[in-house]
Design a protein. Structure first.
Length: 263
């Protein structure tokens, strides 16, 4: 909740329900606990692929109970306000651009490395135009399957995400000691994905967030920068690479940035 779209008030946190119906109920309950005043507007993000109007999720492998459900329309009716929805990574990226590590830069790429891998390009403070959305986590890196084997899609996400590490090693990433060599190995894999980001999107700065980056233990920033410089091999200069400012409130700051343009 924000009164001025510059500062956050009280924050309510809860686990994302498995169904859109329950999600709508929880959001209405949370918002009602924060204010009884009329709401000027709302903005937020959700994982998965959105429809053209950004009112429904049309594809996701995790929140399947939200797919093709008119939850934005239902929320707008219950709360009597206009709601602006974006991909969750894009919203967090907006938070970093307007309030965090991306401030002062014209072309910013935000990547999250968490359960999955996502990314967004933001130019001059606005999410860049796209046809179907940004999916950098699905880029193919291990082309000949030498790392992951034949049974897994050889994507960046399957190389470095927390979900992939748990599946590959049988433990949660946070259970792996920081001194384990796998963290430097993950930085090496991630650097190859960032090389593509740099060559395709040509950003001034790359901001990295998500539990695999700003958690503890983590993929260390110095290792990421070192490997990225090495794999670029002077083809182009390596842009500034920074840790995200926000842990789990970046989306709220991004929502404020979006609403400042809309209401």
């Amino acid at each position: 909740l924000s009164d001025d779209l510059k500062t956050l008030g009280e924050v309510v946190k809860y686990k994302t329900p498995k169904t859109a119906k329950k999600g709508v109920e929880e959001m209405v309950k949370a918002i009602s606990s924060l204010t009884s005043e009329p709401i000027r507007g709302m903005a937020g993000g959700i994982r998965g692929t959105l429809n053209a109007d950004k009112t429904e999720m049309v594809h996701d492998t995790v929140l399947t109970g939200w797919v093709d459900e008119p939850f934005i329309k239902q929320l707008e009716e219950k709360l009597n306000t206009k709601i602006f929805l974006e991909n969750d990574t894009a919203v967090v990226g907006m938070g970093e651009v307007h309030f965090g590590s991306g401030q002062g830069h014209e072309i910013v790429v935000y990547h999250t490395v968490s359960t999955g891998v996502g990314g967004v390009k933001i130019e001059r403070g606005k999410i860049d135009d796209f046809s179907t959305g940004f999916e950098p986590g699905h880029q193919i890196l291990d082309i000949d399957h030498t790392i992951l084997g034949e049974d897994q899609e050889p994507t960046l996400e399957n190389l470095v995400s927390g979900g992939a590490i748990k599946e590959r090693m049988g433990v949660e990433p946070y259970e792996i000691p920081q001194e384990d060599a796998i963290w430097d190995q993950l930085a090496f894999y991630l650097a190859h994905g960032l090389r593509n980001t740099i060559l395709y999107w040509s950003p001034d700065v790359i901001v990295l967030g998500g539990s695999m980056i700003i958690g503890d233990p983590r993929i260390l920033l110095d290792d990421i920068i070192r490997h990225t410089n090495a794999v670029l091999d002077d083809v182009v200069p390596c842009p500034l690479i920074l840790d995200a400012t926000f842990k789990d409130t970046g989306g709220l700051y991004g929502a404020m940035a979006i609403l400042s343009e809309k209401v």
